[in-house]
Design a protein around this ligand. Structure first.
Ligand code: GLN
Length: 202
């Protein structure tokens, strides 16, 4: 059974831990570099990316996170976590850094004030035939991706139809929405499988 960490600086940590356990993983909270060393994979939860970045910096986790991701640790970021995994962001606060790893440009709070929060059907590649019922909360979207990035999902309907909201690059994945909130844990299953396969390969 792989051990999957949940970055526990800020955000909806408990919901992700529950979803991962439903998906058959063992979970631990990660706040310190030595805790990061012991996990087979990591979830970066939703929350507020500016706060998460500041806390990661003061807990001296930014560099260790970058190093483990470069070394091939699987990671999955949801919403603010997606922002943290982006190589480039738009609409960040002055000086805002990310961990990076996914060759994409992500725009913060992209869907605009009139739709602070909304739900949409999103078909997800490799996660079954039924579209995912996705919950977006002050969500980012992906503006552009490099060649190595596989698009797993786009918003299907409404004014935001076509927007990229789920991606994968090798062992890294990210969604603009919050699959930990709906009781449909296909995304967590997918990630837990990825971590399991990685521990077998390495
Ligand atoms: N708007 C938040 C940010 O920029 C993300 C929102 C979320 O994670 N639900 O970090």
């Amino acid at each position: 059974v792989p051990t999957i960490g949940v970055l526990a600086l800020q955000g909806d940590v408990r919901e992700h831990a529950r979803a991962l356990e439903e998906a058959g993983a063992r979970t631990v909270k990660v706040r310190r570099p030595d805790e990061l060393e012991r996990v087979d994979g990591l979830v970066l939860p939703g929350g507020e990316s500016t706060t998460m970045w500041r806390l990661a910096r003061s807990f001296e986790l930014l560099e260790p996170l970058r190093k483990r991701i470069e070394a091939g640790m699987p990671a999955y970021g949801s919403c603010a976590g997606m922002i943290m995994l982006a190589d480039r962001i738009r609409g960040g606060v002055a000086g805002q850094e990310t961990v990076g790893g996914i060759d994409m440009t992500v725009r913060r709070n992209a869907f605009g004030r009139q739709v602070d929060s909304f739900e949409a059907a999103v078909p997800l590649t490799g996660m079954g035939d039924t579209p995912y019922h996705a919950v977006f909360i002050r969500a980012p979207w992906v503006e552009s991706v490099g060649d190595a990035v596989e698009i797993l999902g786009r918003a299907e309907s409404g004014q935001n139809a076509g927007r990229i909201v789920a991606v994968r690059q090798g062992r890294l994945m990210a969604t603009a929405f919050h699959p930990e909130l709906t009781g449909d844990f296909r995304v967590h299953h997918y990630f837990a499988d990825l971590v399991r396969r990685t521990t077998e390969e390495d």
